[in-house]
Structure formats: C-alpha cells, structure tokens
Design a protein around this ligand. Structure first.
Ligand code: KIV
Length: 257
C-alpha cells in the first residue's frame, strides 16, 4: 500500500485503523491484528526507551526501531501495513535542507514509506512542502503535539475559539501542501468532525472522538503496558499487571520446586 491509497479509503468511507509499534514483537502483533497502518511513533521514547518525553529520541533511534518493526512483519511485502515513521525532534525544525536529508535517511534506510511531522508553523510548512516535492510522503499531526509540550503542555488543544481557528487554518494548509493524511490528537470531537468533512485527505484521530476517517492508538496504551495512561485511551487489557503477576507466579513456583 502507498500513502496516497489512504485517500481512496476516505473516498470509499472505509475506516483506517492504525497502531504504533516500536520493535519486532509489537510490529508482528500490530500486523497480525490486520491494521492498515503501523506508525513507528516517537512515543517509543517513553514506551520502549524509558524517557520522560519524546524529545531525547534521535534519528538513529527511529531508524533502528523502524527496522526492528518491519523485521516483525510476516505477511508478503505487498500485504503488509503501510509503515510510517515519526521524524524525531530537531530532525525537521532546523530548516528544509536538514529535513530532506534526515527524512531521506529514514526512507533510504528503512521500509517506511512516509514520515510524520508535528505542527504547521511557517517554518514547518516550508519543510513539508519541500519534502513532498522531493518525493517523501508526509503525514501531518495537529492538536496535541508532544514535541511542543514545553510550550503547550500535554493538554487538550482546540478548547478556545482562537485555538480552534488555528487548527482549522493549519489543517487546510497541510492539505494544500500535499500531506496525505493528518493525525488529530486530543481535540474536541465537533472540531474533528468538521475537519473530517471539510478535508479531502483522511483525518486519523487519537482522543479526537469518533468522526475521524481513521483511528490511531499507541499500542502500549491500548494493552495497558504503561504506568501513565492518557485520558483518551481506555486499555483493553491490564497488560503490565497481567505480565508482572504471571511472571512473579512463575518465579515463585520455580523456587518451590
Ligand atoms: O508518537 C506517537 O505514538 C504518535 C501517536 C500519538 C499518533 O504520534
């Protein structure tokens, strides 16, 4: 599947389901669940590497983990989910040349067919435009953008009319610049609903209600593997507790034998 195929999903009103992955096991689990898209999100900084935020993640980290994820895929190449990699902090904030070089390295050294970048400030718009023109598909990301948490916090965005208007304007710009889809994170459902109908590219929501063209979740949140759960993701199992309890039981049973 190519990134542009996602636009066909929207035309056919076919829901896009995406999960994050960070290593070969999570990649294999996500592929097995028959998702359309696997995102090697920079949330792997917290989920897998133990950092407190996404900011310490490097280009080398994302390349390393994207390759681990694709090694976990077992389906024939053509049937595998679309693989998208996040561009880490500082790989696209320092000008178009550097962004093309770093996104190019991700595309050249992994099986990712697209990159995701956060925000739509004027500098980021130039970067997106250049990446798209250089043949690198870009997924946008608006609303809560964790790489800007020092300025914006990790709270819901689009609460004020001014902030809603900014998100509206930026979404329309991202579409015009050639993004093939936009992740909408933690924004009010009515705003996400409005964007879903006004944009021709798919909106993929996380904490943005039920009306987006698709949904993405951080797999570790869904499986209850993290200590800190975001308010918009109910775990489907208490994975961490289950694994801890079961391993403790096993260790205890071994001591008794
Ligand atoms: O890094 C990530 O996991 C993400 C999702 C929240 C969409 O960007």
């Amino acid at each position: 599947m190519l990134p542009t195929d996602l636009v066909q999903y929207k035309k056919k009103s076919q829901k896009i389901i995406a999960l994050t992955a960070w290593d070969s096991i999570s990649g294999s689990i996500a592929e097995n669940a028959d998702v359309d898209l696997v995102l090697v999100g920079d949330s792997l900084a917290m989920v897998c590497l133990g950092y407190k935020s996404t900011l310490p993640l490097t280009l080398e980290n994302i390349i390393h983990h994207t390759n681990a994820v694709s090694r976990g895929f077992k389906k024939k190449f053509e049937e595998q989910p679309l693989l998208v990699a996040d561009m880490p902090f500082l790989t696209y904030q320092c000008g178009e040349d550097k962004a093309v070089e770093f996104a190019g390295k991700i595309i050249q050294n992994t099986y990712a067919k697209a990159v995701k970048v956060e925000g739509a400030e004027p500098e980021i718009q130039k970067v997106i435009s250049r990446l798209v023109r250089m043949g690198i598909p870009v997924m946008g990301h608006l609303g809560l953008t964790p790489q800007s948490y020092l300025n914006l916090g990790l709270k819901k965005q689009g609460k004020s009319l001014e902030s809603q208007e900014k998100i509206r304007r930026e979404a329309s710009i991202l579409e015009k610049l050639g993004c093939f889809s936009i992740v909408l994170e933690h924004i009010p459902e009515p705003l996400a609903k409005e964007l879903q109908s006004s944009l021709t590219i798919p909106t993929i929501g996380i904490g943005a209600g039920n009306y987006c063209d698709g949904q993405v979740r951080v797999t570790a949140d869904l499986l209850g593997l993290n200590d800190d759960q975001p308010p918009f993701c109910q775990p489907i199992i208490q994975g961490k507790k289950l694994l801890k309890d079961k391993l403790k039981e096993w260790v205890t049973s071994q001591r008794l034998n």
